[in-house]
Design a protein around this ligand. Structure first.
Ligand SMILES: NC(=O)C1=CN([C@@H]2O[C@H](COP(=O)(O)OP(=O)(O)OC[C@H]3O[C@@H](n4cnc5c(N)ncnc54)[C@H](O)[C@@H]3O)[C@@H](O)[C@H]2O)C=CC1
Length: 571
């Protein structure tokens, strides 16, 4: 969800959207033509409504409550009267952002992933783990309207910061950071279906209703998503230009974001971190507060159409409350971020080093200072594929000259990666989003570091090593660098040079054969006193987490970027 909602000067009830005339907020203004194609793309003509897959017109069952406008945090600070939910002022986050968890990298799949990962209108991404400074209990506790609860009711676990605050966290609690029951699940009966490990027993009433809806629409998720975008673009054709031409991957992002929010609805710290990250990340797409109500209308319209069994007035009210709060947090987060960071950075390619026929090291110079931490990643857009963003890790610790490097592998059908490897040249200008990810070094300990880098996943591992070196630490750092063949160890010379300079560093190239990357660590050790860092293909992360837990490293000391995002990127 990415495009949550809010603010609308008319309180969301203007024009035909008002709850009048039997229409209601999401009621079609006009019948669509017979046989009109459905789907998110193609079809949006202003003043008409999209047809459902079966050709029927989708008309919400009844008027829905308006998604309330609340203005931005800045407006409230200036004394603008609140018109809806009361949301406390956004907190200030000084210094480089260490947004919650992670994201995907090169996207070997459909070239279309719009708002890249992390992103836009529907991109979850990570959060699962708040960065250290996010560990404090959230200040966002949207006051309920009409007795409703902000996140769908009570905000139960507010007092407990995420126990996985240092891990790269998957959005749906499924991936690595949350090995074991979700902290939000309490001691109740574990949930089932879409939300394993999430219990309804301690869940707030709104959370229960929202999850029921999600369970119901899961089997028809594709239809819901298509219909959502169709509604959005038909009613707001101007918003279409914010999205990439190809919507394939984008569609999934909405549902994933919803799942993420739904799963963590009662875990306020996690949810707020996630949404704040999402709100900041949306700035680069040009998302404005006014866009949120539009998305909210389309969302409710799509749910009304497809969640036929669970949808009723109560459920609808829960969704409206929840969406309003979500929007507010994202809007406030973006507004706060706007005070000290650009929405994006331009970055000129200054060198392009083709290491293998399909791997390049691309170095860029941002047009203004770009603060980040070693181990983080950014989103990147090329001039050849506007509005298509991909995530790449910084392949080095911050440098005094401000240059940033990325390791890019051209993957089949990967538009961005192929453009970067085969077309980018010095002088080309890319766009970068804000830094993200929490796979960073904890300099408050001197624990040994066990690092597994598979393929181009070695990029952030190299950054971590440089970070340790720059801090003058002498903790043991063991790097296992996996590749399919000797030829694919494109950065081994750099890693071995680092090893020569630093006696605390051990680099072991592991070429697929007798053993593969995660298993190779079993021949060494013991590792139970180490912190672990995993970076590479999702299969490697999954098996690596299992292996490392098996050798005694607790889950909370195993860090990696979001599995969900990596999976999404590989679709
Ligand atoms: N470029 C970047 O900045 C970053 C990229 N990544 C991710 O790293 C991946 C790199 O892709 P490639 O270079 O093509 O890697 P690859 O597919 O050639 O695999 C590299 C090595 O990882 C291990 N591995 C792969 N699959 C495995 C599995 N299922 N189980 C156990 N070990 C496995 C093997 O040792 C293999 O040689 C991509 O998925 C990318 O998204 C992750 C972080 C940063």
């Amino acid at each position: 969800m990415d495009a949550p909602t809010t603010t609308s000067a008319d309180n969301g009830t203007s024009g035909d959207n008002g709850a009048k005339g039997g229409g209601g907020w999401f009621t079609p203004r006009k019948q669509p033509a017979e046989g009109r194609p459905s789907g998110a793309e193609g079809s949006a003509h202003e003043g008409t409504e999209p047809a459902a897959e079966d050709g029927r017109i989708a008309t919400p069952s009844r008027p829905v409550a308006s998604i309330r406008p609340v203005g931005t945090g800045a407006e409230r600070a200036a004394g603008t009267p609140s018109r809806g939910v009361t949301v406390p002022q956004t907190r200030t986050t000084p210094g480089p952002q260490v947004p919650p968890a992670a994201a995907p990298r090169e996207t070997p799949a459909p070239p279309s992933a719009p708002y890249g990962s992390g992103g836009a209108y529907g991109a979850p991404s990570t959060y699962g783990n708040a960065a250290p400074h996010h560990a404090a209990p959230p200040q966002h506790t949207a006051a309920p309207q009409h007795g409703a609860h902000p996140y769908g009711g009570a905000a139960p676990h507010q007092s407990a910061p995420s126990p996985h605050a240092h891990q790269a966290g998957p959005p749906h609690g499924g991936g690595a950071p949350h090995h074991g029951p979700d902290p939000a699940a309490g001691a109740g009966r574990p949930g089932s279906g879409l939300f394993p490990g999430v219990s309804d027993q301690k869940a707030s009433p709104d959370a229960v209703l929202i999850r029921r809806t999600m369970e119901e629409i899961a089997p028809v998720a594709d239809k819901v998503t298509s219909y959502f975008y169709a509604l959005l673009f038909v009613r707001h054709p101007d918003l279409r230009s914010l999205f990439p031409a190809a919507m394939d991957t984008q569609r999934d992002r909405l549902l994933k974001a919803l799942l993420t929010a739904a799963e963590h609805m009662d875990n306020t710290p996690v949810l707020v971190d996630y949404l704040e990250h999402l709100g900041r990340g949306h700035r680069k797409y040009g998302t404005q507060p006014a866009h949120y109500p539009a998305v909210g209308e389309a969302l409710i319209g799509a749910l009304t159409r497809y969640a036929t069994t669970t949808w009723n007035e109560e459920t609808e009210a829960a969704w409206v409350r929840t969406y309003t709060t979500i929007s507010q947090i994202m809007i406030d987060s973006a507004a706060e971020n706007e005070r000290h960071a650009p929405a994006w950075w331009h970055a000129e390619v200054v060198s392009h080093d083709l290491r293998t026929p399909d791997i390049a090291v691309v170095t860029v110079r941002p047009d203004q200072p770009y603060p980040f931490l070693a181990g983080q990643y950014t989103s990147l857009e090329t001039p050849w594929w506007p509005r298509i963003w991909r995530h790449y890790s910084f392949a080095g610790a911050p440098r005094s000259d401000g240059l940033l490097s990325f390791h890019v592998k051209a993957v089949p059908a990967g538009w961005v990666s192929n453009a970067l490897v085969h077309h980018a040249r010095p002088g080309d200008v890319l766009r970068l989003g804000p830094p993200a990810g929490s796979m960073v070094v904890d300099h408050t300990t001197d624990n040994g570091m066990l690092c597994l880098g598979g393929g181009t996943g070695i990029a952030p591992i190299k950054a971590l090593v440089e970070d340790v070196a720059e801090h003058g630490e002498r903790r043991p750092v063991e790097v296992f660098y996996g590749a399919r063949s000797d030829h694919d160890l494109y950065d081994i010379d750099t890693m071995l040079r680092l090893q020569q300079s630093h006696p605390w560093l051990q680099v072991r190239p592991i070429v697929d054969g007798r053993t593969q990357l995660p298993d190779a660590v079993l021949e060494y050790g013991p590792w139970n006193e180490y912190d672990a860092f995993l970076s590479g293909p999702v299969g490697m992360i999954r098996s690596g987490v299992d292996t490392l837990r098996g050798v005694g490293i607790p889950s909370e000391r195993i860090r990696h970027d979001s599995l969900e995002e990596l999976v999404a990127a590989a679709d």
